[in-house]
Each structure stands twice: as structure tokens, then as C-alpha cells.
Design a protein around this ligand. Structure first.
Ligand SMILES: NC(=O)c1ccc[n+]([C@@H]2O[C@H](COP(=O)([O-])OP(=O)(O)OC[C@H]3O[C@@H](n4cnc5c(N)ncnc54)[C@H](O)[C@@H]3O)[C@@H](O)[C@H]2O)c1
Length: 309
């Protein structure tokens, strides 16, 4: 076949697939997407000792999943374990793990594989925030932000992805942030770590897709502030468009996105529009909107978690 005919054939196949995918997306946009069954799945949640991690564990317990809880905070994690048992999880396994330490992640991951089995849903949720302006932030704290908020994701993927690929079954969940979509003053190290987490999860989604590993799903979550205490003292200048989210609401949305195998979840919905605007508006217009929404001042009252991490 001549190269022109080959190119024409390739183009026609592409157009056919494009139309099919667009129609499919439109149909699923109108109809509610079916939720997958996660009963019996082994769900590992990092940072399960409080906040979103604890609430996610409770939701998966109600859905009949086997839970593997990781946290640096032993007491908080054991408390979650008790709550999850009461909520009806068929099995709960709590491990103390410092996700900022690669050796700790690999050691505890080996223990999980021996004692529980192959993790099929991995939720990288553990996170910290320094909440300091860049020049006031000690180097060690900035490194810690990267270790917990981003590098831990590399090590957990290395530990659990091979079995997911072998079983052609797995779901990788990245809890990033709206701070992983747009830079925020007073949050430079946090934003950078959350951009990195998002970039890594998105790249791994593309890598599994390109390698036709169809059983491996990815969900990337980018929420604005949630009332868990992590961003205590922070404010929003525009609660109607950018409300500070209720943790129960955020977790319901996150679990729903996982069950529907959605790739991206931004909370609240206004963030989708902000990202769209950012992609084409002149910088000065973007800054005017940022100023109008009072985003330059969201961190002014930051006090953060009361407990020491
Ligand atoms: N709260 C918000 O406003 C908000 C907004 C967007 C994204 N997020 C992200 O959501 C995730 C959960 O945050 P949260 O609001 O529940 O905060 P949280 O402080 O209640 O929970 C974080 C958990 O991570 C654990 N953790 C911290 N360092 C760890 C380490 N080295 N190893 C293991 N565990 C560690 C903590 O002990 C804690 O239990 C974080 O990744 C955070 O960045 C939070």
C-alpha cells in the first residue's frame, strides 16, 4: 500500500474512533455512570489517622472493602481502625509508617503484601503543609513537604503497581489539591509538591494507557480548602464560588469519583472554570480575578493543625 493510502486509512480510523469516543463521552455525561463494586477490594489509605483519610476509610468500610491504614501517628491510626471496625469493614490492618522515608514505605509495603495481600486500591492521601512564605521556610521543612506530599507516591507506586499490572486490576488515587493546579502565595513548597504529585499521577495514567494496561485506573483529586484543621485560620474571599468544604461532602465526592473511575475531580466545580480561564486569559486579567476573589490573602490567618505531626 502506498504511504498516501496508509496515511488516509490511519486518518479515517482516527476520525471513526474520535466520533465514537465523543458520543460515548456525551452519553456518559448525561446518564449517571455505573459505580463499581469495591466489596472485598484491598484499599490502602495513607494518612488514615485523621481528616480525609479517616473519613475515606469509614466510607470504604461501609462498602465492604478490606482496609489497610497507614499513618505516622499511631494513636490516630488506631482510633481510625476502631471506628472502621465498628462501621463494618470485613478486615482492618493498621500500620505505623512514616511515608516521608522511602525505606519505611518499602518495609511496611512488604509487610502488607505478606500479611494482607495485593493492594488493589491505593489512596495516596498523607499530606503536610508548612504554610510559610518561601524565604521564611526552613530547607528541612520544604524537603519534608516534598517527601510526604510527592515522593511517597513514587515509593508506594513502586511497591504496589507491579501486582496491579500482573492482575490487570488496580486503582491509583492521588489526593493533590487546588494548590496543584495554580500557584498560591505563602504556599510555594506545598503547591510545588502538589503540582508534582498531580504531574506524576497523570504521567502514570498515560503510561498505563500507552502500555494498554486497561485494568489500571487513576483518579486525581484537587480540592480547595476543607475543614479538617490542616488549613486552620485560612479564609476564602468568595464563599459562593470557592467555599471552604465540609469534609463529609468532600469525601462523598471523592469516593463517588473513585467508584465511577473518573480521572479528575476538582472541588468545588468552579475550579474547572478557573483552570479553563487560566489556559487562555492574559496574565493581568488572571491576576485581577485572583485579587477580586481575595486569593492573595487566603493564607494570611493560617495557623494550621494544632497537633504536632
Ligand atoms: N484540608 C484541606 O483543606 C485540603 C485541601 C486540599 C488537599 N488536601 C490534602 O488532603 C490530604 C489529607 O489532608 P487532611 O485535610 O485530611 O489533613 P490531616 O492533617 O487531617 O491528615 C493528614 C494525615 O497525614 C498524616 N501524615 C502526615 N505526615 C505523614 C507521614 N510522614 N507519614 C504518614 N502519614 C503522615 C497525618 O498524621 C494525618 O493523619 C492531604 O494530602 C492534603 O494535602 C487537604
Amino acid at each position: 500500500m502506498s504511504s498516501t493510502r496508509q496515511s488516509a486509512k490511519k486518518f479515517l480510523i482516527f476520525v471513526g474512533k474520535l466520533l465514537f469516543t465523543l458520543v460515548e463521552a456525551m452519553i456518559f455525561g448525561l446518564l449517571p455512570k455505573p459505580r463499581k463494586n469495591v466489596a472485598g477490594e484491598i484499599v490502602l489509605i495513607t494518612g488514615a489517622g485523621s481528616g480525609l483519610g479517616r473519613l475515606l476509610a469509614l466510607q470504604f468500610a461501609r462498602l465492604g472493602s478490606v482496609l489497610v491504614l497507614w499513618d505516622i501517628n499511631k494513636e490516630g491510626n488506631e482510633e481510625t481502625s476502631r471506628m472502621v471496625q465498628e462501621a463494618g469493614a470485613p478486615q482492618v490492618h493498621a500500620y505505623t509508617c512514616d511515608c516521608s522515608r522511602r525505606e519505611d514505605v518499602y518495609r511496611v509495603a512488604d509487610q502488607v503484601k505478606k500479611e494482607v495481600g495485593d493492594v488493589s486500591i491505593l489512596i495516596n492521601n498523607a499530606g503536610i503543609v508548612t504554610g510559610k512564605k518561601f524565604l521564611d521556610c526552613p530547607d528541612e521543612l520544604m524537603e519534608k513537604s516534598f517527601d510526604v506530599n510527592f515522593k511517597a507516591h513514587l515509593w508506594t507506586y513502586k511497591a504496589f503497581l507491579p501486582a496491579m499490572i500482573a492482575n490487570d486490576h488496580g486503582h491509583l488515587v492521588c489526593i493533590s489539591s487546588s494548590a496543584g493546579l495554580t500557584g498560591v502565595n505563602g504556599l510555594a513548597d506545598y503547591c510545588a509538591s502538589k503540582f508534582a504529585a498531580l504531574g506524576f499521577a497523570e504521567s502514570m495514567f498515560v503510561e498505563t494507557f500507552a502500555q494498554k494496561q486497561k485494568g489500571i485506573k487513576t483518579t486525581i483529586v484537587c480540592p480547595f480548602f476543607i475543614k479538617t484543621g490542616m488549613f486552620e485560620g485560612c479564609t476564602t474571599g468568595c464563599p459562593s464560588l470557592l467555599p471552604i468544604l465540609d469534609p463529609e461532602y468532600a469525601v462523598r465526592k471523592i469516593v463517588d469519583a473513585i467508584l465511577q473511575e473518573k480521572l479528575y475531580l476538582y472541588l468545588p466545580k468552579f475550579l474547572y472554570f478557573m483552570v479553563f480561564l487560566k489556559s487562555f486569559l492574559p496574565v493581568k486579567v488572571g491576576l485581577l480575578i485572583t485579587d477580586y476573589l481575595d486569593i492573595f490573602h487566603v493564607m494570611d490567618g493560617f495557623t494550621g493543625q494544632k497537633k504536632v505531626l
